[in-house]
Design a protein around this ligand. Structure first.
Ligand code: NAD
Ligand code: MG
Length: 384
């Protein structure tokens, strides 16, 4: 039987790459459900092409358009709870969580609660609610399989040993477009500058997070939760070639790394077909052309966001929710021209430093922290 797959966020960068993977694996993978935020026409076309049984959009006003765009055999969900309904009411084996931001939390929680295997691209849901998602996954028998390239790499490297044989994890980072820029130049970078990622072609939010290095900060928290590893045993190294996707150091000093071309279809396919490793188009990097791989320590002076990730991972509780929401709100402001690039991390830090920590938060606590942090970003700006 083919694996029945739901893709949440199928119109995004990861979503479209996942459909490419599914297209090449039509004998192994069946697309049963798809979701989008606003681009319902593209969603309808995808549903027709892959014969999806159900589709969802988060805006109720798009219901009629979407219904007209899909065949009569496709169920249509629209509105605030549409994505959760899609997950709860569609027979499936695997859910790819590829929505951007904390908006991905509710449907990801629903998938884990159903005991389905989840391919996790939406790192924000884990950063916000890892303290609930991880134990729930264990209780329900849901496997959280990372899609983020670094975490997929670590997940693959971990197959080389036992849990108690791991000494440290090492996340690599491209360094983003401002890797060699001065603090002054970074402060006034434009939106176009921030969107010009040197090695990866991704959605706008994560591309801006890569430019501030908040993306790596979120990834430290993500790794700490996924692999149950204290932050002080997680290193970050700048690796501009984006070929070494991450590494695991074992207790005997052996280091196992996963390497490959920077193409998200590799970790997506690995997660979708795990525990199997299936053939895929495109080979290993062209070593003769690359010749040299470099690794450098990160510069926390120019990229202070990274320190916030370590701090949030160390503090735990609702710290990740505060950090993530403040960053989401600050990035939105930057995209709409309301703040300078340098203010993204300044604002995020100011709000994060002010959050009231709750060590064992409920889901309501986390949602309240998320809403509070977004309001605080707005308040900081009206008072400045
Ligand atoms: P994107 O902006 O290209 O796509 C986002 C998708 O989420 C779209 O389908 C959009 O319709 C949907 N969406 C957005 N807001 C929504 C909302 N409020 N409610 C419901 N759906 C909503 O983003 P992306 O680059 O594909 O990233 C998706 C996730 O994967 C992010 O969490 C990102 O950090 C992670 N990730 C992405 C990459 C990459 O290469 N793009 C790599 C690693 C991790
Ligand atoms: Mg990553």
């Amino acid at each position: 039987m083919r694996k029945r797959v739901i893709i949440l966020g199928s119109t995004g960068s990861i979503g479209r790459a996942a459909l490419d993977v599914a297209d090449a694996l039509r004998d192994r993978v069946e697309i049963v459900g798809l979701s989008a935020h606003a681009r319902w026409r593209e969603l309808a076309l995808q549903a027709c092409e892959f014969g999806a049984k159900a589709v969802a959009v988060s805006d109720e006003a798009l219901l009629d358009g979407l219904r007209g765009g899909v065949g009569p055999g496709t169920r249509v969900f629209a509105g605030e709870s549409a994505l959760v309904d899609l997950v709860n009411d569609t027979e499936a084996d695997f859910v790819l969580s590829a929505i951007v931001g904390a908006a991905g939390l509710a449907p990801t929680l629903a998938a884990v609660d159903r005991g389905l295997d989840v391919g996790l691209a939406n790192k924000e849901s884990l950063v916000v609610a890892g303290s609930l998602l991880m134990p729930l996954a264990r209780e329900r028998g849901s496997r959280l399989i990372p899609v983020d390239s670094e975490h997929s790499a670590i997940f693959q490297c971990l197959q080389a040993g036992r849990e108690n044989e791991v000494r440290r994890l090492c996340l690599t980072a491209s360094g983003g477009p401002f890797r060699e820029w001065s603090v002054e130049r970074i402060r006034d970078a434009t939106l176009a500058d921030a969107l010009r990622h040197p090695t990866w072609d991704m959605g706008p939010k994560i591309t801006i997070d890569s430019a501030t290095m908040m993306n790596k900060a979120l990834e430290v928290i993500e790794a700490s939760l996924l692999f149950d590893m204290p932050a002080e045993r997680i290193d970050v190294l700048i690796h501009p070639e984006s070929i070494i996707h991450s590494m695991v150091e074992f207790v005997d000093g052996s280091v196992i790394a996963q390497l490959g071309a920077p193409d998200m279809r590799t970790p997506i396919q690995y997660a979708m077909t795990f525990p199997e490793r299936l053939p895929k188009n495109g080979g290993a990097p062209d070593w003769a052309r690359i010749r040299r791989l470099t690794l450098d320590p990160p510069d926390l002076g120019r990229f202070p966001a990274l320190r916030l990730g370590y701090e949030a991972a160390r503090i735990g509780g609702n710290a990740g929710a505060a950090l993530n929401a403040a960053n989401e709100a600050a990035v939105e402001r930057f995209r709409s021209g309301g703040v300078r690039f340098g203010q993204i991390v300044e604002l995020t830090q100011a709000v994060f430093d002010n959050h009231h920590n709750i060590q064992q938060p409920t889901l309501e606590d986390l949602l309240r922290t998320d809403a509070w942090a977004r309001e605080e970003v707005a308040a900081c700006l009206t008072h400045s």
